[in-house]
Design a protein. Structure first.
Length: 619
């Protein structure tokens, strides 16, 4: 018991201790030797522990979440079995130690520590030394429980980024500005398909979540559709303050192409991407679903995956979800695809015999059965992630290539969906704010042509501010300088102006650094690339594969480069090529884009050459 000089305990001491614990001031108590309790599992990998104490959104865990709330002032304990963590003030009872004031996730007692698990200092060291492969493995293999003491700092440390640290002050300013105003619901929550899971946040937590989302919408009005943002922020509030949650979210939004799908055309394409990945990496599961439905039609099979992210963010036990998020916050979207396939593989493992003779199931019934399987998951978090990360050759570049092709097909096959339904809110936003005519500054293109160029690129990049990476006026005409400035960025836009004032260029979907990973002058890239011209008239020349079901090898040659060569478009001839120095080039008809020569003379001298990038993320 915490006692004053007169022998009575004082709750203000408890409050002081809790604040000190949460702030991390007491390094010995909070951060030194952060370890985990070992989650036991059976020989088949199924969990033998009690999942009900993990605080997930299922009924069983909802009851557990309320189990320790009957008394606002629980009795205080003076016992501890861990001599390494002798408290300076008092030993608080386990039921009083929560990560945040918004939820009831308990911080486990120090005597449950498992020295085999990684520590926060190890994680910080890997980040500091830029040992990304080791850090990825570190997060995948350390099975910290949902109550492990490292979680007081884990997600904040993963998301920590010098460029977003100042966002905490931005959040404080926004909250202060909204004080006294009527509460409002963020607009994006009204969009179809948004997941609304808060994992038993308490009343204060739910109100704070809306405040947090409102602040995010105020800070980044350009993001109008992110289906997983609500559950993501709710998860953050279980382990940190709303201010820290804002900083973490801003960090993810600054790398949005890696972490967050932003348009409904992308969401629709993601279902098709998952189907393709399943067909290649888990054929038995694909065959079972195909047999249950009695159809091999992709349009029918895709309906099974209409709400596949709900399986992860709303149906999985909380203990499993936090481990998924550990990896997602570092690796991005590919983790969600891997986990979704892992869920399907484990579902097949459990259900295959039972469903051996079943047929005539609707796609919605199958999806419901998978959802129920997730909510009663018998396999441990370790098993779920082990299956997910055993899938071979599922790099982000590979997944992104499939996703881009699916988005292109959806846009091309249903122009109404792409141009009207998917982008209705987006286009009105752009019309009102003129994001690109202001943000993208070119010495070659005037603002109205910049807007036209932006309208040709994939929708998901419409709200990413283009950055000028290279200009011959500022950087010279050396290929060495060009590659050093642009090779790690994708996608890129090449803008060329000739000495005859002709303007044309190319949109290139893949990073130019790929030239180093392939044999000399090998082609790479995806069908999202295209050539364009603005003189004598504006025209965009897309990949011919969007118009035909099958293409020859010569019709899918997108990008090619070496130390002193840059080519966009191949097959028959090269659509656009520059060699030796950035002084002259040539253009011809090519089979990949079926384009005419971009200038009548075919050979041209370069007066101005600019390269713009939309992100800087290369796996």
């Amino acid at each position: 018991m915490i006692e004053a000089d007169d022998g009575t305990f004082r709750w203000q001491d408890v409050d002081f201790f809790v604040k000190k614990y949460r702030s991390g001031d007491d390094d010995d108590l909070l951060l030194d030797g952060l370890h985990d309790d070992h989650v036991e599992s059976g020989p088949d990998g199924t969990s033998t522990g009690d999942r009900s104490s993990e605080g997930h959104a299922s009924e069983s865990t909802a009851a557990a979440f309320q189990s320790d709330q009957t008394s606002s002032k629980p009795p205080l304990s003076t016992q501890t079995s861990d001599s390494r963590h002798t408290p300076k003030f008092a030993v608080l009872p386990k039921t009083l130690l929560y990560f945040s004031e918004f939820a009831s996730v308990k911080i486990e007692a120090a005597d449950k520590a498992d020295p085999r698990l990684g520590t926060l200092s190890e994680l910080s060291s890997l980040k500091r030394l830029h040992q990304w492969k080791q850090l990825k493995l570190f997060l995948r293999t350390n099975n910290w429980s949902s109550g492990h003491r490292i979680r007081a700092e884990l997600w904040k440390e993963i998301c920590r980024n010098p460029s977003t640290d100042a966002q905490g002050l931005v959040y404080s300013d926004i909250v202060e500005a909204f004080k006294g105003r009527c509460s409002v619901t963020p607009v994006f929550l009204t969009a179809p398909g948004v997941l609304l899971c808060d994992y038993q946040l308490n009343e204060t937590g739910r109100l704070t979540l809306i405040q947090l989302l409102t602040a995010i919408e105020h800070a980044r009005p350009d993001f109008t559709y992110i289906p997983i943002l609500y559950p993501l922020c709710a998860l953050f509030l279980h382990y940190m303050s709303d201010r820290d949650a804002f900083v973490c979210t801003m960090s993810l939004l600054s790398q949005s192409q890696k972490f967050l799908i932003q348009t409904d055309i992308s969401v629709s394409a993601a279902r098709r991407t998952l189907l393709i990945l399943l067909r290649k990496h888990a054929r038995k599961v694909y065959n079972l679903i195909e047999r249950l439905i009695g159809s091999s039609d992709d349009a029918t099979l895709i309906r099974v995956f209409s709400h596949w992210k709900q399986w992860i963010f709303c149906d999985l036990p909380f203990s499993h979800l936090v481990r998924v998020l550990d990896c997602f916050l570092f690796e991005g979207q590919k983790v969600l695809y891997r986990v979704a396939i892992s869920i399907l593989v484990l579902w097949h493992r459990e259900k295959a015999k039972e469903l051996r003779d079943k047929t005539g199931w609707s796609e919605f019934y199958i999806a419901s059965d998978i959802s129920a399987f997730c909510s009663t998951m018998k396999f441990s978090p370790q098993k779920l992630l082990k299956v997910a990360f055993k899938l071979r050759n599922m790099k982000m570049s590979y997944i992104r290539r499939i996703q881009e092709e699916n988005e292109m097909k959806l846009r091309k096959r249903d122009a109404t969906l792409a141009e009207v339904a998917s982008s209705q809110n987006l286009k009105s936003l752009l019309a009102e704010h003129h994001y690109f005519s202001v943000a993208m500054s070119s010495q070659i293109l005037p603002s109205h042509l910049i807007s036209l160029l932006i309208s040709w690129i994939p929708t998901r990049y419409h709200l990413v501010t283009p950055q000028k990476l290279f200009s011959v006026v500022e950087d010279g005409r050396s290929f060495t300088t060009l590659w050093s400035k642009i090779e790690d960025c994708y996608p890129t836009v090449l803008l060329i102006q000739t000495t005859w004032k002709q303007v044309f260029g190319a949109y290139c979907s893949e990073a130019w650094v790929m030239r180093k990973r392939l044999s000399k002058l090998s082609y790479f890239g995806t069908g999202e690339s295209f050539l364009f011209q603005f003189t004598p008239k504006a025209a965009c020349f897309s990949w011919v594969g969007l118009e035909k079901p099958k293409v020859s090898h010569g019709e899918e040659l997108f990008q090619c480069a070496d130390a002193t060569t840059l080519i966009v478009g191949g097959g028959g001839n090269e659509g656009l090529s520059i060699r030796q120095t950035l002084e002259r080039g040539s253009t011809n008809h090519c089979d990949t884009f079926n384009n005419p020569p971009l200038v009548p003379e075919r050979d041209f001298e370069i007066e101005a050459f600019e390269v713009f990038g939309f992100s800087a993320e290369v796996e």
